[in-house]
Design a binder for this molecule. Structure first.
Ligand code: ATR
Length: 281
């Protein structure tokens, strides 16, 4: 019998997907850890995410990352979900198991938690956290944040009902509150995370002044070659340190890589390489 030796294939599936940095990140991880694998960008038609993914696995694919707008469909597609995905209601990583079934997990939240605590030395425990927005991006990060035991976590959103829905879904994990953006007037926080998609349009949500306590940190879940509008506004408002979500992107990728390959890549050099690539255009 002739043994088949095939390079394992992985991909990020999205629409659009050409802008994704995941192929760059996973190529660096594979190089660094000596893993024999390829990682490509796969554009799925908006109406055929499932067919695209099944086609890729049918042709020997071993796993995929899932990006906008398919994370909810990915949750429906898999046979089994891990704990983070269960809470997030969304899947960003699929791994083909030995028996051919599909396991879905969500590594966004743990990616954020690692970036904050391991890379940036931002303490969450006992701190007062404000999370802006109540969409899918925010839902994906609440569990690891709450498990880090903040003193309080306030979800503030333009549409209050969406913030309240998330509060109700996560209140068993810690002290979560929900409110509208106006209701923030007069309060201050140690860590403020922006999960609104306003960033994508170069805007910031309408926020009252005075939200940053002395020494406070601002973190935008989105990233860009230059400081985002939210980062600039936060500095003007007196934030002591401001960050974008590039480290979170690399950390969530590292967790996916670990799920697939059982090896943990070193993220620091890859964060630096990706930053240099973005800034260099
Ligand atoms: P995602 O899955 O990327 O989080 P989403 O589910 O569409 O996307 O959520 C986008 C979030 O950004 C929501 O919290 C949205 O507020 P609403 O729930 O009120 O729509 C918020 N958002 C988008 N643009 C905003 C803006 N200009 N000002 C304030 N909030 C904004």
């Amino acid at each position: 019998m002739v043994a088949r030796v095939m390079t394992d294939r992985y991909a990020v599936v999205g629409h659009p997907v050409a802008h994704s940095q995941s192929p760059f990140i996973h190529a660096r991880f594979a190089e660094q850890t000596g893993q024999d694998m390829t990682y490509e960008a796969l554009l799925a038609p908006l109406d055929d995410f499932a067919g695209t993914v099944r086609g890729f696995f049918g042709a020997g694919g071993r796993g995929v990352n899932v990006t906008v707008p398919f994370k909810l469909e990915a949750y429906e597609l898999v046979d089994r979900v891990g704990g983070w995905a269960e809470r997030a209601g969304a899947v960003n990583t699929i791994a083909v198991q030995a028996d051919g079934t599909l396991l879905g997990e969500n590594t966004d939240g743990i990616g954020l938690e690692r970036d904050l605590t391991a890379n940036l030395q931002v303490r969450i425990a006992e701190r007062r956290l404000l999370v802006l927005g109540a969409g899918g991006a925010v839902r994906g990060i609440l569990e690891p944040l709450l498990r880090s035991e903040p003193r309080e976590l306030v979800i503030a959103n333009r549409t209050v009902a969406r913030a309240e829905l998330l509060r109700d879904l996560f209140s068993d994990l810690g002290p979560v509150q929900a409110c509208g953006l106006d209701a923030l007037a007069g309060r201050d926080f140690d860590v403020i995370l922006n999960g609104t998609s306003a960033s994508l349009a170069g805007e910031i949500p309408p926020l009252p002044p005075g939200l940053f306590a002395p020494g406070a940190v601002a973190y935008d879940l989105f990233y860009a070659p230059r400081p985002t509008a939210f980062m600039r506004w936060s500095l003007e408002q007196g934030a002591a340190r401001v960050f974008d979500g590039l480290g979170m992107l690399v950390e969530q990728a590292a967790e996916s890589f670990f799920m697939w390959r059982g090896v943990r890549p070193e993220t620091g050099p890859v964060i630096a390489a990706l930053r240099a690539k973005l800034v260099g255009g």
